[in-house]
Design a protein around this ligand. Structure first.
Ligand code: WTA
Length: 651
């Protein structure tokens, strides 16, 4: 029997679109009906909005399920679709990117400029021997060359693997090794919070030991910090690009040609490289981008605040918006440099009309107060979006009122690295919005919330989110591990995709996302694996055993809290140091600063069941300051009392 959530049966306040919004919307009113009447025909129509070099005749081939083929006999080029096509249509002078560096330097890049840069970069990659199917790792800050590098890979059929610029040398190494990357593109440094982070140095550390396949490292100049170049391997991007030609013809690739790999945390210690291909991915990212964001490409200035190192940056900063010919903002730095008004200053100066960010940022601003956004003119905004974690109704209301001037729609969009594009969200011109709910599947997507047995739950009940039909932008697997893809997502409920999220259904049949039901944490909208952090902790000589939980956090949604048992044999060294501090830094060095635990508690023992399984649920209660749940299955219930007492006394 599924758990109940009473308020989902109540009448909740909704926010219907204004007449003005609906009447000026470019989104066809019959999308939903069309998708329901002929799902595959609907997706084929959306795919035909792209430029195909060879039109497809087959829409979906599901014979090798769960490895889908969409538009399989068609050919296209992703880079041509994102750039050349707009220039050829006469929109070369349209601004593609308004870039702003953290120190305040600026670049305005039109579609024609972008095309020139992408062509030269494609020539450069080819001159270095990169060919279709080769993997290129990109470890870069938020600067235009990052987008240029991604599109240049796509143009020549190379597969990019973007690694978030905050990840450690170890994380780069494991990703580069897993995918046999041939080339790494990085920069000397990145500028954040007024400081320089030495990206090239981190890449050097990652590649120090032999046994990798990287032939060259291309280094973009950004922060002007000193770097050392390994002769024969490392090259300056600007020097090399000056020597290649500026003409490059994009060749078409099959729709199922790999476009990129993006690693994300799962329930095991090893990040998974999700593989995305070209035609279906581009179809669904561009369709959802223009529909959910109500896009008017000639008028809108769109800004997605996500870093390209995450899937949101791939789908809603690079591929979706560029395929739609949007004008967008790209900002390098942090929201609080030089002060907390930075984002609003950017919105005001560029006249941003559509803004897409994460609930963590909104809750952070709620905390610092409405007087900060109140100093700026935000009247250009006509639509707001949220992504990455559940948005609580209070944050939704604040976002709409304070940033959206009490007048604009706020869409909550649910999706994952695995889904490639938005799967659940209201279409703001067509659906009355409900604070706190992602609401309805996008047209052409079929979702069902089920109980443990796979039975559909009733309104007011909580269950597990599943997707019952294949969709165009779905991942085509985990790179190099066919079985793991099947086992992770398709075996819990055979024949359906299991997302790992809990969800409820309300009396209108709308969906409420309730967070992860597995060992994946969501900290500031970033996915982290408890197991991966536990492995990093036990890798330290002090630690005998560890358990990590995602505790509730008012601002970041969840926060990493670790419980560790230290080694008797290291007693002297441990006593001479601040062990929790040492371990927090250790996790940061091993994985990256985003994984640094908020707290590390030293405990004598971890709570375990008789079969030896760590009861993380109980530790989560302690970390949340709640009464500890049922301890009857523990081998020794006194372990929990000791932990609770220790945490309460702050030791
Ligand atoms: C969570 C980010 C509630 C969810 C695009 C999912 C959300 C995980 C929402 C994927 C939302 C994302 N409401 N939860 N609107 N959007 N999530 O792969 O738990 O980094 O499984 O993709 O984020 O995170 P990922």
């Amino acid at each position: 029997m599924a758990d109940k959530i009473e308020h989902l049966l109540e009448d909740l306040e909704t926010f219907p679109p204004s007449d003005d919004f609906t009447s000026s919307s470019p989104v066809p009113a019959d999308l939903m009906a069309r998708a329901e009447e002929d799902r595959l025909g609907f997706w084929a129509d959306q795919a035909r909005e792209l430029h195909w070099s060879t039109p497809f005749t087959e829409v979906l081939d599901w014979s090798d399920a769960p490895f889908a083929k969409w538009f399989g006999d068609g050919t296209l080029n992703a880079s041509y679709n994102c750039v050349d096509r707009h220039v050829l249509a006469g929109n070369g002078d349209r601004v593609a990117i308004y870039w702003e560096g953290e120190p305040g330097d600026k670049r305005t890049i039109t579609y024609s400029d972008l095309l020139g840069e992408v062509k030269r970069a494609a020539n450069l990659l080819e001159s270095l021997g990169v060919a279709a199917g080769d993997v290129v790792a990109i470890y870069m800050p938020m600067i235009p060359e990052t987008v240029v590098a991604m599109l240049a890979c796509a143009r020549i059929g190379a597969v990019h693997s973007v690694i978030f610029g905050g990840f450690s040398a170890d994380s780069i190494r494991s990703r580069v090794e897993d995918a046999n990357a041939k080339l790494v593109i990085t920069s000397d440094g990145s500028i954040r919070k007024g400081r320089i982070f030495p990206l090239k140095e981190t890449v050097d550390a990652a590649l120090e030991a032999d046994g990798h396949t990287v032939e060259h490292v291309l280094v973009v100049r950004r922060a002007d910090n000193e770097v050392s170049l390994t002769p024969g391997r490392d090259l300056w991007w600007d020097e090399e690009i000056a020597q290649v030609g500026d003409e490059h013809v994009a060749k078409p690739f099959p729709a199922e040609h790999p476009l990129f790999i993006l690693y994300t945390s799962g329930t095991t210690g090893k990040p998974k490289g999700l593989l995305h291909t070209t035609g279906g991915y581009l179809t669904q990212t561009s369709f959802t981008h223009r529909t959910i964001f109500d896009l008017k490409p000639e008028q809108d200035v769109y800004w997605c605040s996500a870093d390209v190192g995450w899937v949101t940056g791939h789908s809603y900063f690079v591929y979706g918006p560029l395929a739609n010919g949007s004008t967008q903002v790209m900002y390098e730095g942090t929201h609080d440099t030089p002060d907390l008004g930075r984002w609003f200053d950017i919105i005001q100066r560029y006249g941003v009309t559509i803004f897409y960010t994460a609930p963590t940022a909104i809750r952070g601003y709620m905390k610092s107060g409405r007087q900060i956004p109140a100093k700026y003119d935000l009247s250009s905004i006509r639509l707001l979006g949220s992504v990455g974690e559940p948005i609580n109704p209070e944050a939704w209301a604040w976002y709409r009122e304070v940033i959206g001037g009490n007048r604009v729609p706020v869409v909550d969009t649910w999706w994952q690295t695995e889904t490639g594009a938005i799967m659940i969200s209201a279409i703001p011109s067509q659906v009355a919005l409900k604070p706190g709910a992602a609401q309805v599947p996008v047209p052409g997507v079929v979702v069902e919330v089920v109980d443990d047995q796979g039975e559909r739950v009733n309104p007011g009940e909580m269950g597990l989110l599943t997707i019952t039909e294949p969709w165009p932008s779905m991942a085509r697997g985990i790179y190099g591990d066919r079985e793991r893809f099947i086992e992770t997502y398709w075996s819990q409920f055979p024949g359906r995709y299991f997302a790992g999220d809990g969800a409820g259904v309300d009396k209108d049949g709308h969906l409420w996302l309730l967070g992860r039901v597995d060992d994946v944490m969501n900290v500031s909208g970033h996915r982290l694996s408890t197991t991966e952090i536990e492995s990093a902790l036990v890798d330290h000589p002090f630690v005998a055993e560890s358990a990590v939980v995602g505790a509730s956090d008012e601002t970041t949604g969840q926060a990493v809290v670790a419980f560790v048992v230290l080694k008797e044999s290291k007693k002297a060294e441990i006593e001479a140091s601040d062990a929790p501090q040492v371990l927090r830094s250790h996790v940061s060095t091993k994985i990256g600063a985003i994984a640094r635990p908020r707290q590390v508690y030293v405990v004598a023992e971890l709570p375990k069941t008789r079969s030896g399984k760590i009861m993380r649920r109980l530790l989560r209660d302690v970390a949340d300051g709640k009464a500890v749940g049922d301890t009857t299955t523990l081998t020794d219930a006194s372990v929990m009392s000791a932990i609770s007492a220790g945490v309460a006394s702050g030791t």
